[in-house]
Design a protein around this ligand. Sequence first.
Ligand SMILES: Cc1cc2nc3c(=O)[nH]c(=O)nc-3n(C[C@H](O)[C@H](O)[C@H](O)COP(=O)(O)OP(=O)(O)OC[C@H]3O[C@@H](n4cnc5c(N)ncnc54)[C@H](O)[C@@H]3O)c2cc1C
Length: 327
Amino acid sequence: MSDGDDREETDRGEGAEEIDYDAVVVGGGPAGCSAAVFAAREGLDVAVFDRGRSSIARCAHLGNYLGFPGGIDVETFYDLAHEHVERAGAELVDDLVESAEKRDGGEAETRFRVTPQEGEPVTARRVVAATRYGDEYLRGLDDDDAMFETHDHGGEVHEHFDREYADPDGATPVDGLYVATPSEADRQVVTAAGRGARVARRVVTDARIDDGWWPAAAEGVDWVRREAERDEEWADRERWVEWFDDRHADAPVDPDGERFARVREAAIDEALSAYVDADEVEARTAEGRRALAGHIDPDAAVDAHGADALLDAMDDEDIAAYAEGTR
Ligand SMILES: Cc1cc2nc3c(=O)[nH]c(=O)nc-3n(C[C@H](O)[C@H](O)[C@H](O)COP(=O)(O)OP(=O)(O)OC[C@H]3O[C@@H](n4cnc5c(N)ncnc54)[C@H](O)[C@@H]3O)c2cc1C
């Protein structure tokens, strides 16, 4: 895993360089965006390629996605999802992936070379397929017989990606390849998003295992907790060390060794970073509402709140800026 700005570049052998990601997500619909948000929030360096045949673009209006009581138009939903991806730290690339080829590194890690239609190829340790339609780029990563199935529709034979090719958490027989969609979850937007999250959790777990974590330590959840709920005893880092040592007494790693200590430090840092104080909750609440408001057209805001309420919400600074023409 790497921090946002220290992406490695691998030599392509012709003097040119390829950008290397921890994970490339192919498809920026509900499944792919959700996968990218979950993976990027855990510090993975993620790119999402998005262009081409889309299921959600065909939906006339989204009325059954939890949290939008009046439904939401697909364009706004898509913009929100893409902004979420970027705020989480992933990169969005407006390009169509044409192929993903596996480079067997022998003793070294497997890497994929992902080639888009217009831009330069990139490499990645992991690829998450998240295209409900348009699965041609997956050909060659495994036997066609394993990945695709054929159906006879009134004498015409059609080939489809096998929705049961991947495990429920997206893992496949190909090391580093995960499938969010096509899957049994891709028939509704909310289930596709849930599947993307689940697959990303698996990606994060596997990335940690590559980094030397053992499975019981590597699995986790993305939770944000209130500082006020933390008992005083847990303010002391030593208490967390005790907790970790108890919990992982049977770890398949020398408890006095460097590896155990390194994973313990990282796991404790992560556990502690989940806690936010009341000021931080307030700041995040305000930022979340601002981000949402940015997608609401002003007429809708006036209809919902009334012009007086909106004027009341403007402070002197806002009014002065408005009068000066700077707002
Ligand atoms: C007519 C219709 C109406 C629907 N109405 C509803 C509804 O009201 N409510 C509901 O819950 N569900 C509805 N659905 C289902 C919903 O659209 C899907 O469940 C959901 O969009 C699946 O999400 P996904 O991320 O798997 O795929 P998609 O939404 O298809 O997203 C995949 C993304 O990948 C991109 N892509 C494709 N190929 C490539 C490639 N090679 N490289 C890069 N990017 C690529 C596409 O551009 C797209 O943005 C409807 C579907 C249709 C067809």
